[in-house]
Ligand binder design. Structure first.
Ligand SMILES: Nc1ncnc2c1ncn2[C@@H]1O[C@H](COP(=O)(O)OP(=O)(O)O)[C@@H](O)[C@H]1O
Ligand SMILES: [Mg+2]
Length: 245
């Protein structure tokens, strides 16, 4: 039993199967990658895991507890957090205030056991947000905004963290910095599920990688195994020379 277990999940939109019998496990202390072409079903799987999308079949469990019937906020309360593929910050609030909103909501659910300010301060420190914490969110660079998104997930002190293309729009230095933060989160025990098209980042940070294509898991393995998998090369990665960092 892993911290997060997805078992046999299928999702149908109209006549199309967006996911077919998808199973995956995300362990504590690890970064697990989820890659595949656009439209493969990655975001849909995140929506199923977080309770925004009911599956046609299959189940999601945390610590062996079946989350069937748990609303998104129930899952958040149990230690699940996510970021969105499109940055969704409150533009007229500062970076710090965006984190405060997340922390206050969490505190209300928890009955106020941890001060929201403490959660915000420690997240700001953890991800190095201090230099831009008091700027309006709509004035931030994409790299800064992506960090604020991550910070907003972290103020809930998640056990399972789902990241939907968090490095999209980042330059090489920002991506490197992001990788360092992700490794730090895994080190302190978090289970991270990373959807990302930046293949060098995925190969460098992930312990295990799942590959989705047309809603099906076509491969699971270590970065080295995935890089050499012919199905994955044909469906997504292209020839090995193209994926070298
Ligand atoms: N709400 C929806 N209604 C109908 N079809 C959808 C919906 N969300 C996603 N899809 C379809 O499901 C498939 C998987 O999409 P998505 O999960 O966004 O893929 P990915 O994140 O891997 O790019 C795509 O064919 C997409 O068009
Ligand atoms: Mg997506």
């Amino acid at each position: 039993m892993a911290l997060l277990d997805v078992t046999g999940v299928s999702v149908k939109f109209g006549g199309n199967m967006a996911l077919t019998d998808v199973s995956l496990a995300v362990e504590s202390h690890t970064i697990t990658g989820l890659i595949g072409p656009n439209g493969a079903g990655k975001t849909t799987l995140f929506n199923v895991i977080t309770g925004l999308q009911d599956p046609l079949r299959g189940k999601v469990a945390m610590n062996g507890i079946n989350l069937d019937g748990f609303a998104p906020h129930d899952r958040s309360q149990r230690g699940m957090a996510r970021t969105f593929q499109r940055i969704e910050l409150f533009g007229s609030l500062t970076a710090r205030e965006n984190l405060q909103v997340g922390a206050e909501i969490k505190r209300a659910w928890d009955g106020g056991e941890v001060r929201a300010g403490d959660r915000v301060d420690s997240a700001i420190e953890l991800i190095g947000m201090a230099p831009f914490a008091d700027l309006r969110a709509d004035r931030l660079t994409t790299g800064q905004a992506r960090l604020v998104e991550l910070g907003r997930a972290l103020v809930t002190r998640p056990k399972v963290l789902l990241l939907d293309e968090p490095a999209s729009g980042l330059d090489a230095d920002e991506t490197e910095y992001f990788a360092k933060i992700l490794r730090g989160l895994a080190k302190v025990g978090m289970a991270v599920l990373l959807v990302e098209h930046d293949i060098p980042l995925v190969m460098k940070t992930c312990h295990t990688i799942y590959v989705l294509d047309f809603g099906k898991v076509i491969a699971v393995g270590s970065p080295a195994e995935i890089r050499q998998n012919q199905l994955v090369i044909d469906a997504y990665l292209g020839a090995p020379a193209e994926v070298e960092a």
